[in-house]
Design a protein around this ligand. Structure first.
Ligand code: AMP
Length: 631
């Protein structure tokens, strides 16, 4: 079937379409209950099926003759060029052993495990071992500061935290264990144990009996088998930024995730068992879950596990070297990485040193793909560069070209392409009425969403409903704005809420505002996203000082930068703060952040009818202009 037939079938009769797709994975017990509406208005799939995600990712392939194939190629330019090729046999043995060690520490079905690790193979082993036991993991990106880790620990209440002695950021070794110790100190719900991978570059200090060594805790343990779980049982909880300071624990189920990723890998990415796939991201993000670990392994591919930066060790040819060395067939990456490569090597001369003939196409997502990066990349690689759009909440793409179908939809420049089967995408105005083609509005998805998409927030189903399902009755609210053209191609223009995207990382400005407001000199503040040619967006703080405060702007900026770094993490890239006299507000007292964003981006804006005092806008424009902040 081609794109049109698949899409039509999925929308006209979702239950039949996804029941058929469910037949493509190996269940212990096939689901009878294909689709069910929850009492909170969301929909879950395959609730009563029984399966194990780790079985599908490892045991299944070993049982079917794929044991000697490489499952993961670990390549770490960051850690002095270490490389490792781990076969399915080997990975299964490692995961079973480590799952046995977790079991010995009392971790069982339903218990949570937090993973705070760099891109070392042990991170994949830890995730898969949790899946094997039916224990939902929650991976926290290694760039998050202890305070952020503590918030996630308190929400997930893990029995165990798995970490490593250090991560590597560019050429800097960052000790992780002290960050974990600090996070545990800050948290109310202390885990029973931490398990620590000791890397050779930095040795972590261990405190008995809480801290256990990764190797030592596996000695003499019985390898663990797969625990069957229900389709609706959570595989993982992944925290993502919302509009408030409290991150949302996006809960992904085992059944929907397995079926959706199996469908996506073959039909969107066009990957077959034995192919080599590379998602250049981190296990701390949804891409890491879906496209570094679970998707490619369930699909019987060989996946690259890359620890490094595209422009280092030794140069901006690193991406091309990896493609040649492992014969990568398809890769995924956020556009920001290609912008960084292009900055270092504008002509792309380094790519000519390598044989890139294995590459079939390149997928990009996570942030807007600008046309100049698109043109540069497609001319350089001479393969299709395919933009597609998804979110942590969905776990897999909502719009994409379907490269695995015999008749995919054509690709359209500037668009993230057509809705993927299962996603009935609409564009609505503020009142929820559908707008005409080419008119910008809120992008929503008609319920039910397809399998794999989250249907609840960890321990907080009401929050799922209030965040996603209550703004527009009967629709899932994506938080993105954009339009559909005459042929139904989707164009994403950006977030409609206070979430910003820095180097493809989703961050809440509300979270940063909470940190900035805690400074003793700050009366009020607004943090907004400013366009940046390399990182997509960067945060900017607009600060109102308390009366009588005379702290120098430079000093204040320095202190605020440090505070955000310490409490949110270096990944926020908060480097600029400007003191202003007043902030523009509505008559009801809401800061007009959308207008501020337009001012710094030097875009035209309509004066909102609800503004309290228009003169503030001119005043702020002058101040930002003086500091050279206007694009
Ligand atoms: P995350 O949940 O961190 O994956 O971030 C999801 C958000 O990233 C989306 O809601 C969009 O705002 C943005 N995004 C993802 N993919 C694209 C894309 N291809 N083009 C534009 N924005 C994107």
């Amino acid at each position: 079937m081609g794109y049109n037939e698949d899409y039509k079938a999925s929308i006209e009769n979702p239950e039949a379409f996804w029941a058929e797709q469910a037949d493509n994975i190996a269940w212990y017990k096939k689901p009878e209950n294909i689709l069910e509406k929850t009492e909170h208005g969301s929909y879950k799939w395959y609730a009563d099926g029984e399966l194990n995600t780790c079985y599908l990712a490892l045991d299944y392939h070993v049982e079917n003759g794929r044991g000697d194939q490489v499952a993961l190629y670990y390549d770490s330019p960051a850690a002095d060029g270490i490389k490792e090729a781990i076969t399915y046999n080997d990975l299964l043995a490692r995961v079973s052993r480590f799952a046995g060690a977790l079991k010995a520490q009392g971790v069982g079905k339903g218990d949570r495990v937090v993973i705070y690790m760099p891109m070392i193979p042990e991170a994949a082993v830890a995730m898969l071992a949790c899946a094997r036991l039916g224990a939902p993991h929650s991976v926290v990106f290694g760039g998050f500061a202890p305070n952020e880790l503590a918030i996630r620990i308190d929400d997930a209440t893990p029995k165990v935290i798995i970490t490593a002695s250090c991560g590597i950021e560019f050429d800097k070794k960052i000790a992780y264990k002290p960050l974990v110790d600090k996070a545990i100190e800050l948290s109310t719900n202390k885990p029973d144990h931490t398990i620590v991978v000791q890397r050779p570059m930095i040795k972590a200090e261990m405190t008995a009996p809480r801290d256990l060594d990764w190797n030592a805790c596996q000695e003499g343990v019985e390898p663990a088998g797969c625990t069957p779980v229900k389709g609706e049982d959570p595989l993982y909880v992944l925290y993502t930024s919302g509009t408030t300071g409290q991150p949302k624990g996006i809960q992904r189920d085992n059944g929907g995730n397995a079926v959706a990723l199996n469908y996506a890998l073959k039909n969107i990415y066009g990957m077959q068992p034995g192919d080599v796939w590379w998602a250049a991201s981190d296990v701390g993000w949804v891409v890491g879950h879906s496209l570094i670990v679970y998707g490619p392994l369930m699909g019987g591919c060989s996946a690259i596990f890359f620890e490094g930066k595209p422009i280092r060790n030794p140069d901006a040819g690193t991406f091309w070297r990896i493609i040649e060395e492992y014969g990568v067939n398809s890769m995924f990456c956020a556009p920001t990485a290609y912008r960084a490569v292009r900055k270092e090597d504008p002509t792309g001369g380094l790519s000519k040193k390598y044989d890139l003939s294995s590459l079939r196409c390149v997928f990009v997502a996570g942030e807007k793909l600008d046309s100049s990066t698109y043109t540069w990349l497609s001319e350089l690689l001479e393969v299709p560069v395919l933009d597609h759009w998804w979110q942590t909440e969905t776990g897999w793409p909502m719009t994409a070209p379907l490269m695995g179908l015999p008749d995919p939809s054509d690709v359209r420049l500037g668009s993230t392409n057509k809705p993927v089967p299962g996603y009935d995408i609409r564009v609505v105005d503020g009142e929820g009425n559908e707008v005409e083609a080419n008119e910008t509005g809120n992008i929503v998805v008609k319920l039910p969403m397809p399998p794999g998409v989250a249907w609840t927030i960890w321990k907080s189903p009401e929050r799922f409903t209030s965040s996603y399902l209550s703004t527009f009755e009967g629709y899932y609210h994506t938080g993105d704005g954009g339009f559909k053209d005459d042929d139904g191609y989707v164009f994403i223009t950006g977030r409609t809420d206070d979430v910003i995207n820095v180097s493809g990382h989703r961050l809440s400005t509300g979270e940063m505002e909470e940190v900035v407001s805690a400074h003793p000199a700050v009366a009020e503040c607004a943090v907004i996203g400013v366009p940046d040619s390399l990182k997509g967006e960067l945060p900017l703080g607009l600060i109102l000082l308390k009366a009588g405060e005379d702290i120098a702007e430079e000093q204040l900026e320095k202190e605020l930068v440090q505070m955000v770094r310490d409490q949110v993490g270096a990944l926020a890239c908060f480097r600029k703060a400007v003191v202003v006299q007043r902030l523009p507000k509505t008559r009801s007292g809401k800061i007009l952040r959308a207008i501020l964003r337009k001012i710094v981006a030097n875009e035209e804006y309509k004066m909102p009818s609800t503004i309290d005092d228009e003169s503030i806008l001119g005043e702020i424009t002058d101040q930002l202009d003086q500091r050279g902040m206007i694009k």
